[in-house]
Design a protein around this ligand. Structure first.
Ligand SMILES: [Zn+2]
Length: 385
């Protein structure tokens, strides 16, 4: 192989090129680091040292020095809202909206963020105005969801129904179960105004949109019972067994009372017994137990509770059983003390609970007071450990 002199130059040339490339990179980094304000690095440093308040102040300074750092403004605004510092969040987002040099998509994004700030601050009218402006465009779906929340908060059920329909058409997850509740709320308003025809109409609409709307059947029964038509009321309430068997405790007492008014109390008792044989429920049992106990038939009540205790052991059924034992003749002091203890414990630990947020209540609600989810609270009380 023949060696040529010029080949001696190849190695130094590579070295020279490498050195040049390194210098260019270093120059670039130094140049860029001069462009980024020192507050930015200070902010990062605070973040790394888990000092969020100081980090926010440093980033705010960056935002003041360089108003073009849009993403930083958005990040800070969202952070303030999450921390509940709503005035600061509103100020940042309002400033963005007011800028004249913002592109249309950035302005819409700022407007959407501002709407969320107002919503969280409870300024519903201002939030509503903003979300209405966003009904068409890239934020349409989210704007409509927020509008729906606003109308539910304001109890404007007609508007809520209209928005839910639009959301369904836009491919949002099924709104039918919630919409049935909006119709039930409308029916309740009409019942208060004594316009029973309008109430019936709304309940029919609720069942048309969701045939499993338990609450609509319950209210239809209530309407019939109000005018003394217990037979029809029983028909509506009994339909709940097909709609959702777990909701039977909600209407069990109504059923027993209606059968009693019709002079057929035993029919009601037998119906509840048949429900219980298919669907164990301490709440349903307690209603049945009370009904038997009201007639002071303590022997029957004790037998009933004893059998239930074997099928479904639990403190609440034990409470009923001990009540029957102490009410009967010959109960000694020890059993009375035990019953008192168990009863107090049951009152303390039995509660309804929301499956979405874990909210606990001693009362049943169709809509969770904490997270606003419809049907979030299970109709059967739980016993805490
Ligand atoms: Zn909840």
């Amino acid at each position: 192989m023949e060696f040529e002199t010029w080949q001696l130059l190849v190695i130094p040339l590579f070295f020279a090129l490498g050195w040049l490339a390194a210098r260019i990179d270093i120059h670039q980094v130094v140049k860029e680091s001069r462009v980024v304000p020192t507050s930015y690095f200070r902010g990062l440093n605070y973040l790394l040292n888990e000092q969020p308040d100081q980090a926010i102040e440093a980033f705010l300074e960056v935002a003041r020095l360089d108003p073009d750092t849009l993403e930083l403004h958005f990040a800070l605004g969202a952070l303030f809202r999450r921390r509940g510092e709503l005035e600061r969040a509103i100020r940042i987002h309002q400033n963005l909206v007011d800028r004249s040099n913002l592109k249309q998509d950035q302005r819409l994004k700022a407007l959407y963020e501002l709407g969320q700030d107002f919503l969280k601050a409870g300024l519903l009218d201002r939030a509503e105005d903003i979300f209405k402006k966003l009904e068409a465009g890239p934020h349409a779906l989210d704007a409509l969801r927020n509008l729906l929340d606003i109308y539910v908060l304001e109890k404007d059920w007609q508007q809520a129904i209209a928005i839910a329909e639009r959301l369904e058409k836009m491919g949002s997850p099924c709104q039918k179960a919630d919409t049935a509740h909006y119709y039930c709320e409308l029916a309740l308003n009409e019942m208060l105004r004594k316009d029973m025809d309008a109430a019936h109409r709304h309940l029919d609409q609720a069942l048309n949109i969701n045939r499993k709307a338990v609450r609509a059947s319950q209210l239809q029964g209530d309407l019939a019972a109000q005018v003394g038509d217990d037979e029809t009321a029983i028909g509506h309430w009994r339909r709940i067994e097909q709609q959702n068997v777990t909701y039977l405790p909600v209407v069990a007492e109504r059923l027993l009372n209606a059968y009693r008014r019709l002079g057929r109390p035993l029919e009601g008792v037998e119906l509840l017994k048949s429900y219980l044989s298919r669907q164990p429920s301490a709440d349903l049992f307690h209603i049945l137990f009370n009904s038997v106990a009201e007639n002071h038939d303590w022997t029957a009540a004790e037998r009933l509770a004893g059998e239930a205790l074997k099928r479904q052991p639990g403190l609440r059924v034990l409470d009923d059983y001990l009540q029957a034992r102490t009410a009967g003749v010959g109960a000694d002091l020890e059993i009375k003390m035990t019953q008192d203890l168990v009863h107090r414990q049951v009152s303390r630990i039995a509660y309804y609970q929301c499956v979405h947020c874990g909210f606990k209540a001693h009362q049943f609600f169709w809509q969770c007071p904490a997270c606003a989810a419809w049907d979030g609270i299970a109709p059967e009380r739980k016993e805490s450990e």
